[in-house]
Ligand binder design. Structure first.
Ligand SMILES: Cc1ncc(COP(=O)(O)O)c(C=O)c1O
Length: 396
């Protein structure tokens, strides 16, 4: 039977990584896959994570199963981080959280819940969006529609287009919103724009489904959650899929969560019970280690402070690189204005380079980026900035 199976195309982003690895050039540059890199080009394990792991090795007494929704300490810590320490929602009975295998796992469980429990058949994603959104939502049986988001002329947010499009989403639809650090454009709504998004969604009755994969990578843990918190307050029911892959550097531990905020005072219980039914049939119960690390850090003031410092350092590196990159391109006589890159937030930038330019950069200069011109800013190093800027000026 396996003879009938044909070869599937490589994942566009992870496949690019394989091509980079196979390239023999020693001065090659990888701006493709979305992982944080330090100045040495490594993706380090955070010191707070190492310390939490040391403590866990000493204190763990069993490898018995977690419950279907993970550990309660973890869920409570997640809710505080998302909604704020002082949020009245925390003790309201309106919020439930289940641990999930990464942000991807949380998105998939959320999608299954939309289809099976709410009868939702259509989900709206931004144009452009994270490459895996379509596959995750379609796999759950949703039809994916796009709303206008990135304006290729202004290199900013097309807020009027976005609002006009999401106004078409009705109560039987869901709308995916990137909480911060939009992937792939790096363009986020301002607080005033979040307000308008909230107004439109409130009128339309569509379910807001936040994808929150970069909290703390933009302007800070609290600042990055402002839009999300505003909409959670305004809208009756909201879903949030969050990931700790990036902000804790726990990529391969697969740690994230799905949180639901319900309009009903005691609504969380019913929602959580249904999420558990879904999870039981998909992977039964979650892996422990990554969530135990996050929970250990977030439930210890010293480790939390250590993590805050390390997260701030990652954020500073990315935002500093944005400015250096813009200045470098200008100094090398790039024929376009790239100052918008310094305004964008998070790990990614839409460089504005077209497919041919991206191909030339890869073939001629050994510089790898996604075909859309998306750059992982954290892949730049001060030592290769000069080469990168020269090569971009060359292909323009
Ligand atoms: C916007 C967005 N959502 C979700 C994810 C998935 O995160 P995870 O690796 O935790 O599954 C990513 C990862 O790149 C992302 O960029």
């Amino acid at each position: 039977m396996f003879e009938r199976v044909s070869v599937a195309p490589a994942d566009p982003i992870l496949g690019l990584n394989d091509a980079y690895k196979a390239d023999p050039r020693t001065d090659k540059i990888n701006l493709g896959v979305g992982v944080f890199k330090d100045e040495q080009g490594n993706t380090p394990i955070l010191k707070a994570v190492k310390e939490a792991e040391r403590r866990l090795v000493n204190s763990e007494t069993t490898k018995g199963y977690l419950s279907i929704d993970g550990s309660p300490e973890y869920s409570q810590a997640v809710q505080k981080l998302l909604l704020g320490e002082g949020s009245p929602l925390l003790a309201s009975g309106r919020v439930c959280t289940t641990q999930a295998p990464g942000g991807t796992g949380a998105l998939r469980i959320g999608a299954e819940f939309l289809v099976r429990q709410l009868g939702i058949r259509t989900i709206w994603v931004s144009d452009p969006t994270w490459a895996n959104h379509n596959a995750v939502f379609e796999a759950a049986g949703l039809e994916v529609k796009t709303y206008r988001y990135f304006d290729r002329d202004t290199r900013g947010l097309d807020i009027d287009g976005m609002l006009a499009d999401i106004a078409q989403a009705g109560p039987e639809h869901a709308v995916v919103l990137h909480g911060c650090c939009h992937n792939p454009s790096g363009v986020d709504p301002t607080i005033a724009q979040w307000q308008r998004i909230g107004e439109v969604l409130e009128k339309s009755g569509a379910m807001a489904f936040f994808d929150f994969a970069y909290q703390g990578f933009g302007d800070g843990l609290e600042e990055d959650a402002e839009g999300l918190r505003m909409l959670v307050e305004r809208l009756p029911d909201v879903l949030i899929a969050n990931s700790f892959s990036k902000n804790f550097g726990l990529y391969n531990e697969r740690v994230g969560a799905l949180t639901a905020v319900s309009a009903k005072a005691d609504g969380a219980q019913a929602v959580l019970s249904q999420l558990k039914v879904l999870i039981r049939a998909i992977y039964s119960n979650p892996p422990c280690h990554g969530a135990a690390v996050v929970s250990t850090i977030l439930n210890d003031p010293d480790l939390t402070a250590m993590w805050h410092d390390e997260l701030a350092a990652m954020r500073k590196r990315i935002n500093g690189l944005r400015t250096e990159f813009v200045d470098g391109l200008k100094a090398r006589g790039a024929s376009q204005d790239f100052s918008f890159i310094a305004e964008q937030r998070g790990m990614f930038s839409f460089s504005g380079l077209n497919k041919d330019q991206v191909d030339t950069l890869r073939e001629k200069h050994g510089i790898y980026m996604v075909g859309s011109g998306r750059i992982n800013i954290a892949g730049i190093r001060t030592e290769n900035l000069e080469k990168l800027c020269r090569a971009i000026a060359d292909v323009l």
